[in-house]
Design a protein around this ligand. Structure first.
Ligand code: GLC
Length: 755
C-alpha cells in the first residue's frame, strides 16, 4: 500500500549560514534567500549535502532576518514576504504589503506518496498561468496538465505532451500581481494548473527527488524573466551569421549538392548564411566521420562555401555505433565512457547507425572527450554543431529505467541528458575554436540550456495549425529563458502547400532562428522550388530579415543582458489585458521592443488582429491604427500583418547577400511617429569573436523626442568600429519633416538632429 505523508507541524528550526532549517516529524525544509525577490524552498525526507543543480548558477545570500511569532516564522525582504505557518508547516508568499501571491493548500501542502513528492497550492479565482517552455496548448495554461519527460516526440500533434524539453518554470498571474515558480527537479515531473480540482488547487510534483523550488516575487512578467535568467543564466551573443537565413534538409546527400544549393542562393540573389549537413554526411551514421564517397574532401567543400559567404552546421547524435575499429567506439569502450546497467555492462539501444552505446554526458571526463572529438568537424571548417536525438532517443522510446548515467539512474536525470550533451558540445567547440563563437543547436533541453545552445521544436508537421502552434512554442520558450529558438519552417513532416510555405517563411523573418528544414522523402523546399511568383515573395521576406539584422542583433544583445526573449508573447507586454489570452490572438507576439507580429493561416487573406492600447503603424504601408481594440486587416501572402509601435526606433540596413557581405555602409534609423519619447540601445560587435567581453563593441542609445523634435545618438561606448560609416534617418508617419533622405556621417561623439 502506498504510504502517504503530509507535512506536519514544526518540531524545531534554526538559522545558520544563510540557511533556515525547519524540521517536522516527516521531513526537513530548508529556506534560502537568493535576492530580495527570490526565495528557495527545499523540502526533503532526508536532506542530502550533495545539493547540486544543472540550472542554477547563482549563490545564496548568507544572511537574512527572521520574525517569529507563536504560529509563524516570517522572512521579509524589500519586495517579498514569506510567511511560514508552523502548525502544520506551510509556505505562503505575499507582496511586501501583504497581498497574497501564492499559498500552500492548508490541508495538503507538501506531501509524499512513497517517493513521489507533490505540493498543492491554493488556486485564485482569476489566476492564469503561463510558461513551461515547449508545451502544446494555449498561452494561458489554466485548466490543463503537463508532464516533463524529455521525449523523441515523433509526429507530435497539437496536443502531444511531453515533447523534447523540460522547463519546470511557470509564472502565475492574478489580482493584478505576478509571481514565478521554478521547480528545479530533473525527475519526471507534473504540473496541474487547476484542471481537475474543483477550482480549488493547482499542484506540481515529481516521481522522486526533493520538493525544490525557487519562488520569484518580482512584479511584472519581464522582471520575473529577468530574475529567472539571472538565476539560470543568459545566452551569449550568438555568431551573427546564425541570425541569417539557414537552409537545411534531411539530407543534402553530397558535397556537390550542398555546393549547388549554396550557389543557387547566390545566383538568384536570395540572401542566406547557413547550409546544413544532416546525418547522411557521415560514414554509416558514425559520429565524427565523413562519408568518403559523397564528401571526399570536406575541407575544400568548406573553403568553397566560405568563399561564397556560407557557414556549415553538421548534425551529431549521441548514439555511438558499435563497430570495431571505429575510433569513438574504441575509445569509449576503452575508457568506460558509456551509460551502463548496474552490473557494469554498457547499455545498447538502436538509433540511426543500428546498435549503439550512449556517452555518459553526466561525467566531466566524458564531456571533455566528446568535446575534443569535434576537431573531426572543425578541422574541415565547420562552425555550427547540431545536437539531435538527445532526449535521449532510442528506437522503441523506452530506454530501461535501470540504465545509469553518472551515479544516477536514468529516471532521476533523464531530463538533463540533452542539456549535458549540449554543454559538452559547447565547452568542447568553444575550446577548439579559440576566440570564435560556436553555434550549438539542441533538441532536448532543461532549464539553463540557454547558456550553451539554441533550440528548435523538433519534428513538426506542414500544416497551418502547426505553424501557429510553433509560434506559441517559440513564445513560451522565451518565457523560460530560451531566446534563440526556431521551428522547422515549412514543417518537418508532410509537404506544405505553396501558400503555407510562403506564409511560414514570412513568419520566419520574425523568428529568432530562421531555418527551413524538411524530412527525407519530402519535396524539395528551397525558396526556388515553388513557382516564380512565390519565389519572389519568399525572396522579399528573406531580404526583409537581412534589412532588420541591426535591430535583431541589438535585440539579442538586450536578451544577453536582461534575459528578455526576442519573440515575446504579449503576456510579457500586457499581462493583465484579457484579450491577449483570447485563443484568436494568443499567437501574436512582440518581436523585440518595437514590432507586433500577427501569425495568420495561409488560407486567410484578411484577419482579425488585436492591437493593445496605443497607436500602431502597419510596417508595410505605414497605415496608422488606433489600438485597444481588434482590427480587421488585409493579410495576403505578400504581407504578413506586422505593426510598428508608435515611437518605435528600428535600426536597419540595406539588403545584403549574407552577414559576411559588408553592405553599403549606411545605418538606417527608422522611427515611427509617436507622442511619447522613446529610446533603443543599438549594439554591434564583430559578430564572431568573444572580444566583446573585453570591450570590443559599439554601443549607443538612440533617442526619439517628439516634443523637442529631435533624434539623437549618444556617444559611442566600446572600442569596436562600426561597419557603418553613414547614417540615414527614415521617419514614418510624420506630416512634414526637414530630415528627408539626408545622409550624415556617422560620428562617434554624441549626435543630435532636428526633424
Ligand atoms: C530527427 C530530427 C530531424 C532530423 C532527423 C534526421 O528526426 O528531429 O531534424 O532531420 O532526425 O537526422
Amino acid at each position: 500500500m502506498m504510504q502517504v505523508e503530509i507535512l506536519g507541524s514544526v518540531t524545531e528550526f534554526k538559522q545558520q549560514n544563510g540557511t533556515l532549517t525547519i524540521k517536522t516529524a516527516e521531513a526537513e525544509a530548508r529556506v534560502y534567500l537568493y535576492s530580495p525577490t527570490i526565495i528557495r524552498i527545499n523540502i526533503s525526507k532526508k536532506h542530502s549535502e550533495a545539493d547540486t543543480s544543472f540550472a542554477v548558477i547563482q549563490q545564496l545570500l548568507t544572511d537574512f532576518k527572521l520574525d517569529e511569532s507563536a504560529t509563524t516564522i516570517e522572512i521579509n525582504t524589500s519586495a517579498l514576504k514569506l510567511r511560514i505557518n508552523k502548525s502544520p508547516l506551510r509556505f505562503n508568499f505575499y507582496t511586501a504589503d501583504s497581498k497574497p501571491l501564492s499559498e500552500d493548500d492548508e490541508r495538503f501542502g507538501t506531501n509524499w506518496q512513497n517517493e513521489r513528492v507533490i505540493t498543492y497550492r491554493k488556486l485564485y479565482a482569476d489566476e492564469k498561468f503561463i510558461g513551461l517552455g515547449e508545451k502544446t496548448g494555449n498561452l494561458n495554461r489554466r485548466g490543463t496538465v503537463y508532464t516533463n519527460w524529455n521525449t523523441d516526440a515523433v509526429d507530435y500533434t497539437l496536443y502531444s505532451d511531453p515533447l523534447y524539453k523540460t522547463f519546470p518554470f511557470f509564472i502565475g498571474l492574478h489580482s493584478g500581481l505576478t509571481y514565478g515558480l521554478f521547480f528545479d527537479n530533473t525527475h519526471k515531473s507534473y504540473f496541474d494548473f487547476g484542471a481537475t480540482t474543483d477550482e480549488q488547487m493547482s499542484w506540481f510534483g515529481a516521481d522522486g527527488g526533493d520538493m525544490n523550488y525557487y519562488f520569484f516575487g518580482a512584479q511584472g512578467v519581464a522582471k520575473i524573466i529577468e530574475d529567472y535568467t539571472w538565476l539560470t543564466g543568459r545566452m551569449e551573443m550568438p555568431p551573427l551569421w546564425s541570425l541569417g537565413y539557414q537552409q537545411c534538409r534531411w539530407s543534402y546527400m553530397s558535397a556537390k549538392e550542398v555546393l549547388d544549393i549554396a550557389k543557387t542562393f547566390r545566383k538568384k540573389k536570395i540572401p542566406a548564411d547557413v547550409m546544413y549537413c544532416d546525418i547522411d554526411y557521415m560514414e554509416g551514421f558514425k559520429i565524427f566521420t565523413w562519408n568518403k564517397k559523397t564528401f571526399p574532401d570536406p575541407k575544400s567543400m568548406m573553403d568553397e562555401l566560405k568563399s561564397m559567404g556560407f557557414r556549415l552546421v553538421t548534425i551529431v547524435d549521441p548514439g555511438i555505433k558499435i563497430e570495431e575499429d571505429y575510433q569513438q567506439y574504441n575509445e569509449g569502450l576503452a575508457n568506460d565512457y558509456f551509460a551502463k546497467y548496474p552490473n557494469g555492462e554498457n547499455y545498447t539501444g538502436y538509433v540511426w547507425p543500428g546498435r549503439c552505446h550512449f556517452p555518459d554526458f553526466f561525467r566531466q571526463d566524458v564531456r571533455e572527450w566528446w568535446g575534443a572529438a569535434f576537431t573531426a568537424l572543425t578541422d574541415a571548417g565547420v562552425d555550427g554543431f547540431w545536437n539531435d536525438m538527445n532526449e535521449p532517443a532510442a528506437w522503441g522510446q523506452n530506454m530501461p529505467w535501470i540504465v545509469k548515467f553518472g551515479d544516477k539512474y536514468m529516471p532521476e536525470v533523464r531530463n538533463a541528458y540533452g542539456m549535458e550533451m549540449a554543454r559538452a558540445t559547447y565547452d568542447g567547440t568553444r575550446k577548439i575554436l579559440g576566440n570564435k563563437r560556436p553555434f550549438v543547436l539542441t533538441r532536448a533541453a532543461y532549464s539553463g540550456t540557454q547558456r550553451y545552445a539554441a533550440v528548435w521544436t523538433g519534428d513538426n508537421t506542414g500544416t497551418d495549425e502547426h505553424m501557429l502552434l510553433g509560434q506559441r512554442l517559440v513564445n513560451s520558450l522565451g518565457i523560460t529563458g530560451l531566446s534563440f529558438t526556431g521551428v522547422d519552417i515549412g514543417g518537418f513532416s508532410g509537404d506544405p502547400t505553396p501558400e503555407l510555405m510562403v506564409r511560414w517563411n514570412s513568419l520566419g523573418t520574425y523568428t529568432p532562428m530562421f531555418r527551413n528544414h524538411a524530412i527525407k522523402g519530402s519535396k524539395m523546399r528551397e525558396p526556388w522550388q515553388w513557382d516564380k511568383a512565390n519565389e519572389q515573395i519568399i525572396k522579399k521576406d528573406i531580404e526583409q530579415r537581412y534589412k532588420l539584422l541591426p535591430y535583431i542583433y541589438s535585440s539579442f544583445y538586450q536578451s544577453h543582458t536582461t534575459g528578455l526573449p526576442i519573440s515575446r508573447t504579449l503576456a510579457i507586454y500586457k499581462p493583465f489585458d484579457e484579450l491577449i489570452y483570447d485563443t484568436r490572438f494568443q499567437n501574436q507576439f512582440m518581436f523585440g521592443d518595437a514590432l507586433l507580429v500577427a501569425p495568420v493561416e495561409s488560407t486567410k487573406t484578411t484577419t482579425d488582429v488585436y492591437l493593445p492600447k496605443g497607436n500602431w503603424y502597419r510596417l508595410s504601408s505605414n497605415e496608422k491604427y488606433k489600438g485597444g481594440k481588434t482590427v480587421n486587416v488585409p493579410s495576403p501572402l505578400t504581407d504578413l500583418p506586422v505593426f510598428a509601435k508608435a515611437g518605435a526606433i528600428i535600426p536597419m540596413q540595406s539588403v545584403t547577400q549574407s552577414t559576411a557581405d559588408s553592405g553599403d555602409g549606411i545605418l538606417q534609423i527608422h522611427i515611427w511617429n509617436g507622442k511619447e519619447a522613446n529610446e533603443f540601445v543599438y549594439y554591434e560587435d564583430d559578430g564572431l569573436s568573444y572580444d566583446y567581453e573585453n570591450g570590443a563593441f559599439y554601443k549607443r542609445t538612440i533617442r526619439f523626442n517628439p516634443i523637442k523634435k529631435t533624434v539623437s545618438l549618444s556617444a559611442v561606448e566600446g572600442t569596436f568600429s562600426s561597419r557603418f560609416h553613414k547614417v540615414k534617418f527614415v521617419l514614418h508617419g510624420f506630416d512634414r519633416v526637414k530630415l528627408k533622405n539626408v545622409l550624415l556621417d556617422l560620428k562617434d561623439g554624441e549626435m543630435e538632429v532636428i526633424f
